[in-house]
Write a protein that binds this ligand. Sequence first.
Ligand code: CFM
Length: 534
Amino acid sequence: MAITDKQLEDMLVSYPDLVLKNRKKHLILKKSAESCQTIEANTRTIPGIISQRGCCFAGCKGVVVGPIKDMVHIVHGPVGCAYYSWGTRRNKARADDTTPKENIYSQLCFVTDMQEKDIVFGGEKKLAKMIDEVVEMLHPRAISICSTCPIGLIGDDINAVAKAASERHGIQVLAFSCEGYKGVSQSAGHHIANNNIMENVIGKGTQRKPGKYVINILGEYNIGGDSWELERVLEEIGYTINCVMTGDSSYVDIRNLHLADLNLVQCHRSINYIAEMMQAKYGMPWLKVNFIGVDATAESLRNIAQCYGDEALTRKTEEVIARETARVAPVMEHYRKICEGKTAFIVVGGSRSHHYQYLLRDLGMETIVAGYEFAHRDDYEGREVISTIKGDADSRNIPELHLTPDKENYQEAHVYLNMTLEKFEELKKKVPISYYEGMNKSMKDGHVIIDDANHHEVEEILRTIKPSIYLSGVRDKYISHKMGVPSKQLHSYDYTGPYAGFNGAMNFARDIANMMTTPAWGLIKAPWEEQRKK
Ligand code: CFM
């Protein structure tokens, strides 16, 4: 199904001129005959427009820092910011060899509960007192402080509070100045979190885990148990998972992050900074992977094996892929019969809108409109455009760290993988090392790519393009439901999952097929429409 220029124009017809001029830059109708189709991304949302984006605090506390299970994460701000970022992302955690149950604080919510009085007189003392209470009650290995908007506005010095508390208690207290208004979306918060963790946590440990193939998975947050499914498969093949960052991760493991051979990057948007900085500081190579979809998972597993160039590992990889794909095939086939030929519209944050296209393809479904809430141009057009991205006042607000090789721990990338430089160069031609191709290349001509889609545009797309399903966010899902189009929330998976890896693909197929076959969507009629008939 191809969408036309006219259809897109009609969709935007009700905009005032200035808004139209702005929004046109965020929309592409894919035409591969045109040599370069650029998109505007990571710029401010037009004031007054109902965006699906989140804030900087969400990206720092909610996404990158919050899932670290053995740290206490204190929200410095009003209770609402803490309440609404508490547990809703479904990043799961459990006890393991290095982290006993009593050291896991993921299900608790910590907040300084700033009141009017504190806003007027300052909240530093309250924050310091809270840290003391937390240490006394729970003895965490480390603490984070994440600032919300009012903290930046009143000027509390959270760095000074963190430093003093750290000296008082002898544990690391990390201060994240991730006030909600910083940057244009949660993307700024990812960057702030990456910088602080890179500068102050990674590299502090000394324990390499045993094993021949020791890997990290970056940008995987264990939503609905995703990373547990990946661990099942990777460990069977023979890998040692040093750390999943930050899904079900521990502070202890992150300190040892540099003691692996290879960083796998699942979500490029949220974690590419750490992958790049680790390459600069430690020389560690990173590989882009995608574990969403049966074929995509198999391809990623093959690419990882190629990085080691080890025959036994390759053989075992093929054995596991053959067994797993044979096991899931009948289930996928069953649901494929229901889903085949259907179309999808996806808007998620910064990675999933691309990753899930592969899983939909496994089901015979085509993604006809896809967009990110807050990704950057490289997530659309590929890392090759990074040097051409112009910074603005908002992006320059977040510091770029320029790291130099670490004296003790730097090794050339090929040394990590135990191969010659020539072999490594060959490998780079075959697998995406230090490279992400972006989403646009996998979309077909006549399909739409949309950045920072707003409420109005979502409604128009549902009404005029009529996709069979909308894979959406928390807020926009209800627009879709009310319009009679089934909608699956792809951030937290609406209480189900996992959706990653082989078992995840089967869960997703079942859930999507269920939505396609339920008669509910045909029964939606507003009461006034019913009354009008009478
Ligand atoms: Fe990465 Fe994510 Fe995503 Fe993201 Fe997010 Fe998320 Fe997301 Mo919601 S880290 S960019 S900031 S894959 S919370 S687990 S689902 S918007 S597409």
